[in-house]
Design a protein around this ligand. Structure first.
Ligand code: SAM
Ligand code: DTB
Ligand code: SF4
Length: 336
Protein backbone atom coordinates (compact mmCIF):
# COMPACT_ATOMS: atom_id res chain seq x y z
CA UNK A 1 0.00 0.00 0.00
CA UNK A 2 1.30 3.46 -0.82
CA UNK A 3 1.31 5.77 2.15
CA UNK A 4 0.10 9.30 1.40
CA UNK A 5 1.82 11.92 3.50
CA UNK A 6 -0.49 14.79 4.41
CA UNK A 7 0.28 17.82 2.30
CA UNK A 8 -0.91 21.43 2.41
CA UNK A 9 -3.18 23.08 -0.11
CA UNK A 10 -0.28 24.84 -1.84
CA UNK A 11 0.75 21.59 -3.54
CA UNK A 12 -0.90 20.60 -6.80
CA UNK A 13 -0.64 16.88 -6.08
CA UNK A 14 -0.16 14.88 -2.90
CA UNK A 15 3.37 13.71 -2.22
CA UNK A 16 3.57 9.94 -2.23
CA UNK A 17 5.87 8.24 0.20
CA UNK A 18 8.80 6.77 -1.69
CA UNK A 19 8.95 3.71 0.54
CA UNK A 20 6.46 1.14 1.79
CA UNK A 21 8.44 0.67 4.99
CA UNK A 22 8.02 2.94 8.03
CA UNK A 23 9.87 6.24 7.64
CA UNK A 24 13.42 5.92 8.96
CA UNK A 25 13.42 9.50 10.13
CA UNK A 26 10.11 10.97 11.35
CA UNK A 27 10.18 14.78 10.97
CA UNK A 28 9.83 15.16 14.77
CA UNK A 29 13.03 13.15 15.31
CA UNK A 30 14.92 15.25 12.80
CA UNK A 31 13.64 18.39 14.49
CA UNK A 32 14.74 17.01 17.89
CA UNK A 33 18.26 16.66 16.47
CA UNK A 34 18.17 20.24 15.17
CA UNK A 35 17.07 21.40 18.62
CA UNK A 36 19.96 19.73 20.50
CA UNK A 37 22.48 21.89 22.34
CA UNK A 38 25.19 22.58 19.74
CA UNK A 39 28.00 20.72 21.57
CA UNK A 40 25.83 17.59 21.74
CA UNK A 41 24.78 17.88 18.10
CA UNK A 42 28.34 18.40 16.90
CA UNK A 43 29.60 15.44 18.93
CA UNK A 44 26.97 13.16 17.43
CA UNK A 45 27.66 14.43 13.91
CA UNK A 46 31.40 14.00 14.29
CA UNK A 47 30.96 10.49 15.68
CA UNK A 48 28.87 9.46 12.67
CA UNK A 49 31.28 11.21 10.30
CA UNK A 50 34.29 9.30 11.68
CA UNK A 51 32.45 5.99 11.56
CA UNK A 52 31.74 6.37 7.85
CA UNK A 53 34.41 8.67 6.39
CA UNK A 54 37.93 9.93 6.89
CA UNK A 55 37.17 13.33 8.51
CA UNK A 56 40.36 14.78 7.01
CA UNK A 57 39.23 14.22 3.40
CA UNK A 58 37.40 16.82 1.32
CA UNK A 59 35.88 16.27 -2.11
CA UNK A 60 36.21 19.09 -4.65
CA UNK A 61 33.48 19.40 -7.30
CA UNK A 62 33.56 22.03 -10.04
CA UNK A 63 30.41 23.49 -11.56
CA UNK A 64 29.88 24.73 -15.09
CA UNK A 65 26.76 26.33 -16.49
CA UNK A 66 26.49 24.77 -19.95
CA UNK A 67 23.27 26.64 -20.77
CA UNK A 68 22.54 29.76 -18.80
CA UNK A 69 19.38 31.84 -18.19
CA UNK A 70 16.01 32.10 -19.89
CA UNK A 71 14.48 29.33 -17.77
CA UNK A 72 10.65 29.15 -17.86
CA UNK A 73 10.38 27.99 -14.23
CA UNK A 74 9.65 30.51 -11.46
CA UNK A 75 11.89 29.25 -8.63
CA UNK A 76 11.88 32.22 -6.24
CA UNK A 77 15.60 31.97 -5.45
CA UNK A 78 16.91 31.64 -8.98
CA UNK A 79 18.69 34.31 -11.01
CA UNK A 80 18.17 32.27 -14.21
CA UNK A 81 14.37 32.40 -14.29
CA UNK A 82 12.75 34.48 -17.05
CA UNK A 83 10.23 35.65 -14.47
CA UNK A 84 12.72 37.95 -12.71
CA UNK A 85 14.89 40.89 -13.81
CA UNK A 86 18.33 39.78 -12.68
CA UNK A 87 20.47 40.86 -15.62
CA UNK A 88 21.48 37.27 -16.44
CA UNK A 89 21.42 36.90 -20.24
CA UNK A 90 20.18 33.67 -21.84
CA UNK A 91 22.93 31.81 -23.68
CA UNK A 92 23.10 28.90 -26.10
CA UNK A 93 24.45 25.58 -25.00
CA UNK A 94 28.25 25.34 -24.77
CA UNK A 95 30.18 23.36 -27.37
CA UNK A 96 32.07 20.15 -26.50
CA UNK A 97 35.35 21.97 -27.21
CA UNK A 98 34.59 24.75 -24.71
CA UNK A 99 33.45 22.21 -22.13
CA UNK A 100 36.64 20.17 -22.57
CA UNK A 101 38.70 23.26 -21.88
CA UNK A 102 36.77 23.87 -18.64
CA UNK A 103 37.14 20.21 -17.64
CA UNK A 104 40.91 20.34 -18.18
CA UNK A 105 41.10 23.51 -16.07
CA UNK A 106 39.10 21.92 -13.25
CA UNK A 107 41.23 18.79 -13.39
CA UNK A 108 44.46 20.79 -13.28
CA UNK A 109 43.14 22.72 -10.27
CA UNK A 110 42.44 19.45 -8.44
CA UNK A 111 38.70 18.81 -8.82
CA UNK A 112 37.51 15.20 -8.97
CA UNK A 113 33.90 15.78 -9.99
CA UNK A 114 32.62 17.96 -12.81
CA UNK A 115 29.00 19.07 -12.63
CA UNK A 116 27.22 20.60 -15.63
CA UNK A 117 24.09 22.65 -15.04
CA UNK A 118 21.48 23.83 -17.54
CA UNK A 119 18.67 26.32 -17.00
CA UNK A 120 15.92 24.07 -18.27
CA UNK A 121 12.60 22.93 -16.89
CA UNK A 122 13.38 19.66 -18.65
CA UNK A 123 15.71 18.84 -21.56
CA UNK A 124 14.29 17.97 -24.98
CA UNK A 125 15.55 14.77 -26.56
CA UNK A 126 17.67 16.90 -28.90
CA UNK A 127 19.19 18.74 -25.90
CA UNK A 128 19.89 15.42 -24.30
CA UNK A 129 21.84 14.15 -27.28
CA UNK A 130 24.18 17.11 -26.93
CA UNK A 131 24.53 16.58 -23.19
CA UNK A 132 25.42 12.92 -23.76
CA UNK A 133 28.36 14.15 -25.84
CA UNK A 134 29.43 16.50 -23.02
CA UNK A 135 29.25 13.67 -20.47
CA UNK A 136 31.58 11.64 -22.70
CA UNK A 137 34.03 14.58 -22.75
CA UNK A 138 34.13 14.64 -18.92
CA UNK A 139 34.61 10.89 -18.72
CA UNK A 140 37.39 10.95 -21.34
CA UNK A 141 39.28 13.33 -19.07
CA UNK A 142 38.91 10.96 -16.12
CA UNK A 143 36.61 13.01 -13.87
CA UNK A 144 33.33 11.93 -12.32
CA UNK A 145 30.46 13.40 -14.32
CA UNK A 146 27.38 15.01 -12.80
CA UNK A 147 24.53 16.85 -14.55
CA UNK A 148 21.63 18.97 -13.38
CA UNK A 149 19.22 19.58 -16.24
CA UNK A 150 15.76 19.70 -14.67
CA UNK A 151 13.13 16.97 -14.96
CA UNK A 152 14.02 13.74 -16.75
CA UNK A 153 11.96 10.88 -18.14
CA UNK A 154 13.03 7.32 -17.41
CA UNK A 155 14.27 6.97 -20.97
CA UNK A 156 16.38 10.12 -20.74
CA UNK A 157 17.92 8.91 -17.50
CA UNK A 158 18.85 5.61 -19.21
CA UNK A 159 20.47 7.52 -22.04
CA UNK A 160 22.59 9.58 -19.64
CA UNK A 161 23.62 6.41 -17.85
CA UNK A 162 24.64 4.97 -21.23
CA UNK A 163 26.85 8.02 -21.84
CA UNK A 164 28.65 7.32 -18.55
CA UNK A 165 26.96 9.79 -16.19
CA UNK A 166 27.89 9.07 -12.56
CA UNK A 167 25.59 11.49 -10.66
CA UNK A 168 22.43 13.46 -11.38
CA UNK A 169 21.66 16.51 -9.23
CA UNK A 170 18.01 17.33 -8.65
CA UNK A 171 17.23 19.09 -5.38
CA UNK A 172 14.07 18.81 -3.29
CA UNK A 173 15.05 22.34 -2.19
CA UNK A 174 12.66 22.68 0.75
CA UNK A 175 10.06 20.84 2.82
CA UNK A 176 6.98 19.62 0.91
CA UNK A 177 4.67 21.99 2.78
CA UNK A 178 6.79 25.01 1.78
CA UNK A 179 7.44 24.10 -1.84
CA UNK A 180 4.44 25.97 -3.25
CA UNK A 181 5.62 29.19 -1.56
CA UNK A 182 8.86 29.08 -3.54
CA UNK A 183 7.95 27.49 -6.90
CA UNK A 184 4.59 27.29 -8.64
CA UNK A 185 5.51 25.94 -12.08
CA UNK A 186 6.07 22.34 -10.90
CA UNK A 187 5.38 20.40 -7.75
CA UNK A 188 7.22 18.24 -5.24
CA UNK A 189 5.99 15.02 -6.78
CA UNK A 190 7.60 16.03 -10.11
CA UNK A 191 10.93 16.22 -8.27
CA UNK A 192 10.43 12.85 -6.59
CA UNK A 193 9.44 11.28 -9.92
CA UNK A 194 12.68 12.46 -11.57
CA UNK A 195 14.73 11.17 -8.63
CA UNK A 196 12.98 7.82 -9.13
CA UNK A 197 13.94 7.78 -12.82
CA UNK A 198 17.56 8.62 -11.98
CA UNK A 199 17.73 5.90 -9.34
CA UNK A 200 16.02 3.46 -11.70
CA UNK A 201 18.67 4.05 -14.36
CA UNK A 202 21.45 3.21 -11.89
CA UNK A 203 22.82 6.76 -11.70
CA UNK A 204 23.93 7.97 -8.27
CA UNK A 205 21.49 10.50 -6.81
CA UNK A 206 22.63 13.96 -5.75
CA UNK A 207 19.80 15.77 -3.98
CA UNK A 208 19.64 18.42 -1.31
CA UNK A 209 18.14 21.82 -0.74
CA UNK A 210 18.45 25.45 0.18
CA UNK A 211 18.58 26.85 3.70
CA UNK A 212 17.83 30.48 4.55
CA UNK A 213 14.68 31.02 2.48
CA UNK A 214 12.70 32.16 5.53
CA UNK A 215 11.88 28.65 6.73
CA UNK A 216 11.75 27.73 10.42
CA UNK A 217 13.62 24.82 12.01
CA UNK A 218 10.52 22.76 11.32
CA UNK A 219 10.92 23.56 7.62
CA UNK A 220 14.55 22.49 7.66
CA UNK A 221 13.55 19.31 9.51
CA UNK A 222 10.94 18.61 6.82
CA UNK A 223 13.54 18.91 4.05
CA UNK A 224 16.14 16.73 5.76
CA UNK A 225 13.53 14.09 6.65
CA UNK A 226 12.38 13.90 3.01
CA UNK A 227 15.93 13.37 1.83
CA UNK A 228 16.84 10.90 4.57
CA UNK A 229 13.68 8.88 3.96
CA UNK A 230 14.36 8.35 0.28
CA UNK A 231 15.06 4.65 -0.03
CA UNK A 232 17.97 4.62 -0.44
CA UNK A 233 18.95 8.14 0.61
CA UNK A 234 21.05 10.17 -1.90
CA UNK A 235 24.74 9.41 -2.29
CA UNK A 236 25.39 13.14 -2.45
CA UNK A 237 23.54 15.83 -0.47
CA UNK A 238 24.19 19.48 -1.36
CA UNK A 239 23.20 21.90 1.39
CA UNK A 240 23.00 25.32 -0.25
CA UNK A 241 22.79 28.58 1.64
CA UNK A 242 20.45 30.93 -0.22
CA UNK A 243 22.43 33.35 -2.38
CA UNK A 244 20.27 36.48 -2.36
CA UNK A 245 20.25 37.73 -5.93
CA UNK A 246 18.80 41.22 -6.59
CA UNK A 247 15.65 40.94 -8.70
CA UNK A 248 14.56 37.57 -7.31
CA UNK A 249 11.62 37.39 -4.87
CA UNK A 250 13.96 36.16 -2.11
CA UNK A 251 16.52 38.96 -2.55
CA UNK A 252 15.54 40.71 0.69
CA UNK A 253 15.14 37.64 2.87
CA UNK A 254 16.53 38.36 6.39
CA UNK A 255 19.89 36.76 7.19
CA UNK A 256 19.83 33.32 8.77
CA UNK A 257 21.85 32.75 11.95
CA UNK A 258 24.95 30.93 10.62
CA UNK A 259 24.69 28.39 13.43
CA UNK A 260 21.32 27.29 12.02
CA UNK A 261 23.11 26.45 8.79
CA UNK A 262 25.78 24.50 10.70
CA UNK A 263 23.05 22.60 12.56
CA UNK A 264 21.41 21.64 9.26
CA UNK A 265 24.70 20.25 7.94
CA UNK A 266 25.20 18.26 11.15
CA UNK A 267 21.73 16.76 10.96
CA UNK A 268 22.21 15.85 7.28
CA UNK A 269 25.41 14.05 8.32
CA UNK A 270 23.69 12.14 11.14
CA UNK A 271 20.65 11.10 9.12
CA UNK A 272 22.55 10.22 5.91
CA UNK A 273 25.80 8.75 7.27
CA UNK A 274 27.27 7.40 4.03
CA UNK A 275 26.45 10.40 1.86
CA UNK A 276 28.87 13.03 0.72
CA UNK A 277 27.38 16.15 2.37
CA UNK A 278 28.27 19.16 0.26
CA UNK A 279 28.63 22.67 1.64
CA UNK A 280 27.34 24.12 -1.62
CA UNK A 281 26.15 27.60 -2.62
CA UNK A 282 26.65 30.55 -0.30
CA UNK A 283 30.27 30.06 0.81
CA UNK A 284 31.30 33.38 -0.73
CA UNK A 285 28.96 35.17 1.68
CA UNK A 286 29.89 32.97 4.66
CA UNK A 287 32.85 33.67 6.92
CA UNK A 288 35.60 31.06 7.05
CA UNK A 289 34.87 30.12 10.66
CA UNK A 290 31.34 29.14 9.71
CA UNK A 291 32.67 27.07 6.82
CA UNK A 292 35.07 25.31 9.18
CA UNK A 293 32.23 24.59 11.61
CA UNK A 294 30.39 23.00 8.67
CA UNK A 295 33.43 20.81 7.95
CA UNK A 296 33.52 19.80 11.62
CA UNK A 297 29.78 19.08 11.44
CA UNK A 298 30.42 16.56 8.66
CA UNK A 299 30.48 18.45 5.35
CA UNK A 300 33.01 16.60 3.20
CA UNK A 301 32.52 18.14 -0.22
CA UNK A 302 32.59 21.68 -1.59
CA UNK A 303 32.11 23.42 -4.92
CA UNK A 304 35.55 24.43 -6.06
CA UNK A 305 36.17 27.10 -8.69
CA UNK A 306 35.60 30.83 -8.82
CA UNK A 307 32.00 30.55 -10.04
CA UNK A 308 28.92 28.49 -9.18
CA UNK A 309 26.45 28.68 -12.08
CA UNK A 310 26.07 32.46 -12.40
CA UNK A 311 27.06 33.74 -8.96
CA UNK A 312 30.50 33.79 -7.35
CA UNK A 313 32.26 31.17 -5.26
CA UNK A 314 35.44 31.73 -3.19
CA UNK A 315 38.66 32.02 -5.20
CA UNK A 316 40.50 28.77 -5.75
CA UNK A 317 43.56 30.19 -4.00
CA UNK A 318 41.53 31.14 -0.93
CA UNK A 319 40.02 27.66 -0.80
CA UNK A 320 43.40 25.97 -1.10
CA UNK A 321 44.69 28.08 1.77
CA UNK A 322 41.64 27.32 3.90
CA UNK A 323 41.87 23.56 3.32
CA UNK A 324 45.55 23.66 4.18
CA UNK A 325 44.98 25.65 7.36
CA UNK A 326 42.37 23.13 8.51
CA UNK A 327 44.58 20.20 7.45
CA UNK A 328 42.17 18.68 4.96
CA UNK A 329 43.28 16.38 2.15
CA UNK A 330 41.73 16.48 -1.30
CA UNK A 331 41.88 13.80 -3.98
CA UNK A 332 44.99 15.59 -5.24
CA UNK A 333 46.68 15.20 -1.89
CA UNK A 334 45.33 11.79 -0.92
CA UNK A 335 45.97 10.43 -4.41
CA UNK A 336 42.79 8.39 -5.02
N1 SAM B 1 17.32 23.82 -13.80
C1 SAM B 1 17.70 22.69 -13.05
C2 SAM B 1 16.89 22.50 -11.80
O1 SAM B 1 16.39 23.46 -11.26
O2 SAM B 1 16.79 21.36 -11.35
C3 SAM B 1 19.16 22.66 -12.69
C4 SAM B 1 19.86 23.93 -12.27
S1 SAM B 1 19.31 24.69 -10.76
C5 SAM B 1 20.14 26.23 -10.79
C6 SAM B 1 20.07 23.71 -9.50
C7 SAM B 1 19.88 24.10 -8.07
O3 SAM B 1 20.61 25.28 -7.78
C8 SAM B 1 18.49 24.44 -7.57
O4 SAM B 1 17.71 23.30 -7.34
C9 SAM B 1 18.80 25.15 -6.27
O5 SAM B 1 18.90 24.22 -5.21
C10 SAM B 1 20.17 25.76 -6.53
N2 SAM B 1 20.09 27.23 -6.56
C11 SAM B 1 19.65 28.00 -7.57
N3 SAM B 1 19.70 29.31 -7.24
C12 SAM B 1 20.18 29.38 -5.98
C13 SAM B 1 20.44 30.43 -5.08
N4 SAM B 1 20.20 31.70 -5.41
N5 SAM B 1 20.93 30.14 -3.86
C14 SAM B 1 21.17 28.84 -3.51
N6 SAM B 1 20.93 27.80 -4.33
C15 SAM B 1 20.44 28.05 -5.54
C1 DTB C 1 23.36 22.58 -6.07
O1 DTB C 1 22.76 22.00 -5.13
N1 DTB C 1 23.88 23.79 -6.00
C2 DTB C 1 24.47 24.17 -7.27
C3 DTB C 1 24.31 22.87 -8.10
N2 DTB C 1 23.55 22.03 -7.25
C4 DTB C 1 23.84 22.93 -9.46
C5 DTB C 1 23.91 25.39 -7.86
C6 DTB C 1 24.04 26.61 -6.97
C7 DTB C 1 23.54 27.80 -7.71
C8 DTB C 1 23.79 29.05 -6.97
C9 DTB C 1 23.32 30.27 -7.68
C10 DTB C 1 23.87 30.41 -9.06
O2 DTB C 1 25.08 30.66 -9.23
O3 DTB C 1 23.09 30.29 -10.00
FE1 SF4 D 1 15.16 27.10 -13.88
FE2 SF4 D 1 16.56 25.47 -12.32
FE3 SF4 D 1 16.61 28.16 -11.93
FE4 SF4 D 1 14.41 26.81 -11.35
S1 SF4 D 1 16.41 26.56 -10.37
S2 SF4 D 1 14.50 28.75 -12.51
S3 SF4 D 1 14.41 25.20 -12.95
S4 SF4 D 1 17.40 27.04 -13.69
Amino acid sequence: MTVIVETPVTLHRPVKSVSKTPQRWPVAEVQALLDLPLPELMHRAQTVHREHHDPTEMELATLLSIKTGGCPEDCGYCPQSVHYETGVPATKMMTPEAVREAVLGAKAAGASRFCMGAAWRAPTDRDLEKVEELVRVVKEEGLEACCTLGMLTGDQAQRLKGAGLDYYNHNLDTAPELYGNVITTRDYQDRLDTLGHVRGAGIHVCSGGIVGMGESRAGRAGLIAQLANLAPYPESVPINHLVKVPGTPLADEPDLDPLEFVRTVAVARITMPNAKVRLSAGRRQMDESTQVLCFLAGANSIFYGDKLLVTGNPDVEADRALLQRVGLKTRHTFGA
